[in-house]
Write a new protein. Sequence first.
Length: 152
Amino acid sequence: MNLSADIIHFFQSQGFLIVSTVDINGYPHSSCKGIVDIKPEGKIYLLDVYHGKTYENLKANPLISVTAVNEHKFSGFCLKGRAQIVSSEEMDADIHKAWEDRITGRLTQRLIKNLKEEKGHPLHPEAMLPQPKYLIVMDVDEIVDLTPGHLK
């Protein structure tokens, strides 16, 4: 499924996304993940720094959704599809570079906000994240526009 430039920009501008998977008992599991890249042909690349519930769920069931919202603009999207797991050893060097660039950008934004006295977390959590354990490659099958109809 093709993604519009507006949707790609929307997702790329988010600090994090909510990724939802389903466990072996059918219960949903949601977690925060950072997007590495998103392609017009409907591919989304997410890195996970843990081998936790998301990893276990995707091994058993590849169905996934990725949600992002902009509270200020009262808009958002949920992208639904299927995921593949790529081990850290199999990851392309460009993916690692893109991850480092995203982390550097987030650190820079946090430092700027702290300088403006918009105090957030007293530490810099991004700098303490472990190296990515695996890559999630998602193929988008469905786009859900979360913006209320009367605001479109």
